[in-house]
Ligand binder design. Structure first.
Ligand code: G3P
Length: 220
């Protein structure tokens, strides 16, 4: 399973890239606004740090302008994945850009039927938002199960399921059990994945016992 980080914060991206576990980055207009930078500069900097796909979202809503914006974003670096919303014009843009060899991430997916359309439009990634469905008392994870099951029925579908709007580690674990290809995680959730109190407790005990031996591995 691939791990993307869902942020436009360069400091966070640099830190996480150093772990060697980061496969890509997703951004959206809200995250770019939060970064305080200009989208073209921010995406170029992220692409210089991360080799994997870096999602950059168009801001227009009509096909012609979305296509122009998508082409502009794609020119930044070969690893840019243009992000388009799941609308009629967004899917037309997806079809056009993927036909030009550009990676496309179709975002704001909330139903299996939308995911089928995105696959037909040649999306590289489909982004179903699990947390925002949970917020409405709907089951975000069952949407992932449905999309994974549907895509598996067709060898011709190459679209990867990119689980988005992840709020906690269980969303990631459930996605992995279902075989989703990618999870995009906020930085705080990535950090939570490492933690277990028994790991800390066990390590403390090992270190205490080791100190009692007076040994040094490198000193022998
Ligand atoms: O980038 C899309 C998605 O991950 C947003 O998550 O937490 O704003 O619902 P959230």
């Amino acid at each position: 399973m691939k791990f993307f980080v869902d942020t436009a914060d360069l400091k966070e991206i640099r830190d996480l890239a150093q772990t060697g576990l980061l496969d890509g980055v997703t951004t959206n207009p809200s995250l770019i606004a939060k970064s305080g930078g200009k989208i073209l500069d921010v995406i170029a900097e992220i692409c210089s740090v991360v080799d994997g796909p870096v999602s950059a979202e168009v801001a227009a809503t009509d096909f012609e302008t979305m296509l122009k914006e998508g082409r502009r974003l794609a020119k930044i670096a070969p690893n840019v994945a243009v992000k388009v919303p799941l609308t009629v014009d967004g899917l037309k843009t997806c079809k056009a850009l993927s036909g030009e060899g550009t990676m496309v991430n179709v975002t704001l997916c909330f139903s299996p039927s939308q995911a089928i359309l995105a696959a037909k439009a040649g999306a590289t990634f489909i982004s179903p938002f699990v947390g925002r469905l949970d917020d409405l008392s709907q089951n975000g994870m069952s949407l992932i199960a449905d999309i994974v099951q549907i895509y598996r029925q067709y060898d011709s579908i190459k679209t990867e399921v990119l689980v988005a709007s992840i709020r906690h580690p269980i969303h990631l674990v459930e996605s992995a059990k279902m075989g989703a290809h990618v999870a995009t995680l906020p930085p705080n959730v990535i950090r939570q994945l490492y933690n277990h109190p028994l790991t800390d407790k066990g390590l403390d005990a090992f270190l205490k016992d080791w100190a009692g031996t007076g040994q040094s591995i490198l000193g022998q």
